[in-house]
Write a protein of this length. Structure first.
Length: 115
């Protein structure tokens, strides 16, 4: 299983972006999908998680603005980011965990939000 993230870019504050994470192989084998972000000098932080039952969870910092989803037919997970703020600027990574084959990280995609 490999994860390929895309969709980053530069937007102004208040704008939106949608990140995609394509899973090579079947996404149905990946029980949990999540998105994380990291800025220089800081630890990587979780921004959204979705289980194979569709349950989602978000930290307060993005709740109500970010939405994670998964399309098993397209082997893709998404992160819809609305009302973006400069503090959302980071490299975003997708992550998948399979109970049978372990964790997987995708490469990062840069999101830059200007004020």
């Amino acid at each position: 299983v490999q994860l390929q993230a895309s969709g980053g870019g530069s937007v102004q504050a208040g704008g939106s972006l949608r990140l995609s994470c394509v899973v090579s192989g079947s996404i149905s084998t990946v029980n949990v999908m999540s998105w994380h972000r990291q800025t220089p000098g800081k630890q990587r932080e979780l921004v959204a998680v979705i289980g194979d039952n569709g349950n989602t969870n978000y930290p307060d910092s993005v709740k109500g603005r970010f939405t994670i989803s998964r399309d098993n037919a397209k082997n893709t997970a998404y992160l819809q980011m609305n009302s973006l703020r400069p503090e959302d600027t980071a490299v975003y990574y997708c992550y998948g965990y399979s109970a049978t084959s372990g964790p997987y990280w995708g490469q990062g995609t840069q999101v830059t939000v200007s004020s």
